[in-house]
Design a protein around this ligand. Structure first.
Ligand code: URA
Length: 209
């Protein structure tokens, strides 16, 4: 019979193993619509980063230039804003999990196309099932629309200006999850009013830390 330490180690290894499998599939994913672009630009896919046991998962849109160069989510200007927002509520980045709906950078930072979202979201769905976050905080319109539709909240979907900062409850295979739509941190890079709004919305995360 397994003792508790061994069981815990096995569970830990399993999450890490399952997430590594996703990474390997994306890295080798020649069928992915932005694979050629990734190879042409000699950049990396951005899978996700953070605790495999995170209570809060942030879902952004797609990697930008810095992210694709480093293979890490939110490590450029938007990432600095995200770090500030997290710090404002005393949440440490390593304690959360940060990922995107699209795992490769769209050329010229354009919006992801519907077929790109469709091709990459099965990986996000699996990341959610493995990590089992209690809170999914969407960053920006694209991830808000995808997550709310995916989790059966389509009837409560509105424009991001109407529903940002609100808390929605959804049921998943692994239990209840709260969905909190947030503006994308990029909106605050040159706009201090938007930043104030984001700071206010981030306060909703405080009760969940
Ligand atoms: N914007 C995103 O949506 N994701 C990142 O990882 C970086 C910028």
């Amino acid at each position: 019979m397994l003792d508790f330490v061994t069981m815990e180690t096995q569970l830990k290894d399993n999450r890490t193993e399952l997430l590594r499998k996703i990474k390997n599939e994306i890295v080798a994913g020649k069928h992915l619509p932005l694979y050629k672009e990734r190879i042409k630009n000699k950049v990396f896919p951005v899978i996700g980063e953070g605790s495999h046991y995170a209570k809060i998962m942030f879902v952004g849109e797609a990697p930008g230039k810095n992210e694709a160069e480093q293979g890490r989510p939110f490590c450029g200007a938007s990432g600095r804003i995200l770090d500030e927002l997290l710090a404002s509520v005393g949440i440490l980045r390593p304690d959360v999990y940060v990922t995107n709906i699209v795992k490769d950078r769209p050329p010229m930072n354009r919006d992801p196309l519907p077929e790109e979202i469709e091709a990459y979201v099965p990986y996000l769905d699996r990341q959610i099932e493995i990590i089992q976050p209690e809170i999914i905080a969407t960053l920006g319109r694209f991830s808000m629309i995808y997550i709310m539709n995916r989790l059966g909240l389509a009837s409560q979907l509105g424009s991001i200006s109407q529903i940002h900062g609100k808390i929605f409850t959804a049921q998943t295979k692994y239990g209840e999850v709260k969905v909190i739509p947030l503006y994308h941190p990029a909106v605050a890079v040159y706009n201090s009013n938007m930043k104030d709004g984001l700071l206010k919305d981030f306060q909703t995360l405080k009760v969940f830390k």
